[in-house]
Design a protein around this ligand. Structure first.
Ligand SMILES: [Zn+2]
Ligand SMILES: [Zn+2]
Length: 332
């Protein structure tokens, strides 16, 4: 099979011929149809701080959708021929956190395509318990977005109840920020999506078409303080700025991963009773909600994706790194 391999020293991703993975008895073989390129793939690609654990050479890719073409001997129900997505987080199902439904912080959590080979390849294998069927009528290219959408769903759930007309600031117009904005809009909130001046003509104006209020940091002034803040930018400066926009008693949810240490003056947080909520990854049940949201919005969402064949994976990474595309998906 053709597979995209990232090695320790290569500047580019290499296309190599690899054997099709052999199945254990509880595993399925999936013919990959679409695999999204995520921010964490970019971090692994440029060897960012916090991604030292990625053991190269590796086939990246954890936003996977495809068709089941093989199944291990121990599996009774044949999934052959079904369209599925693969959950990114491979939890143990036995630890304290898994037992209380907090699978995304499983004690031994591993992410497909970061800890072991993933979906930027013609075939991938995974355990039966990590696949979910794609609802009828949703194309694989969009279903591959169920992972970032599930991350957004998870973050919004961690924020607690979203009330109608509540004012929400989402910082960072990447795909997670964009999706969090969409989920909050669907709950009746007013959503401000903030980004840099250079994002205005691309990402922020796109968000405006979806009903969000675009906001350029350092240029625009917010009309009023917000009830809820989602920090998805990963910039330490944005963290400080975000708190300045938050009402007394408001909440801040941190979804981004930070390459640098962030300094906070905790007295401000105490005096305003600002709880810090963090949200990491997603749980299996978040995928179900995510697939529904994707199905409902599929026509509008088609236009935010830029498609690349597997052979153009290096262009896809380059365009994602330069942020000239909002979401790159490999069609395989
Ligand atoms: Zn991802
Ligand atoms: Zn666990």
């Amino acid at each position: 099979m053709l597979a995209a391999v990232k090695t320790e020293n290569s500047k580019e991703i290499l296309l190599e011929d690899k054997p099709i993975p052999e199945l254990e008895e509880d595993e399925l073989l999936i013919k990959v149809q679409a695999c999204g390129i995520c921010g964490s793939d970019l971090h692994a690609f440029v060897h960012s701080r916090g991604y030292e654990f990625v053991d190269k050479p590796i086939i990246l890719g954890h936003e996977i959708a495809g068709e089941v073409v093989g199944s291990g001997e121990g599996l009774q129900d044949s999934f052959i021929g079904k369209g599925v997505i693969v959950e990114s987080m491979h939890y143990c199902g036995r630890c304290e956190n898994c037992n209380s439904g907090r699978f995304s912080i499983c004690e031994t959590n591993k992410v497909i395509g970061l800890h072991f080979n993933g979906g930027m390849s013609e075939y991938v294998k995974t355990k039966r318990k990590y696949v979910k069927e794609i609802p009828d009528g949703l194309p694989a290219t969009l279903a591959s977005l169920s992972e970032p959408m599930a991350v957004a769903v998870h973050a919004v759930e961690k924020a607690g109840e979203i009330k109608e007309n509540q004012l929400i600031l989402v910082q960072g117009p990447g795909i997670i920020g964009f999706f969090i904005g969409l989920v909050c809009l669907a709950k009746g909130a007013r959503v401000i999506l903030s980004g840099l001046e250079k994002d205005y003509s691309t990402r922020l104006s796109k968000a405006e078409e979806f009903g969000m209020i675009p906001h350029r940091t350092n240029v625009d002034v917010l009309p009023e303080k917000v009830d809820l803040l989602f920090e998805c930018s990963g910039s330490p400066a944005a963290v400080t700025e975000g708190f300045k926009q938050l009402k007394k008693g408001g909440k801040a949810v941190f979804v981004a991963l930070y390459e640098q240490t962030v300094e906070l003056f905790l007295t401000d947080l105490v005096r305003n009773e600002w709880p810090i909520i963090t949200s990491y990854g997603c749980n299996p049940s978040d995928y179900e909600t995510a697939l529904e949201v994707l199905k409902r919005n599929q026509h509008e969402l088609q236009e935010i994706i830029s498609y690349y064949p597997l052979g153009q994976i290096n262009e896809a990474f380059k365009d994602s790194l330069s942020q000239s595309v909002l979401k790159a998906v490999l069609e395989i």
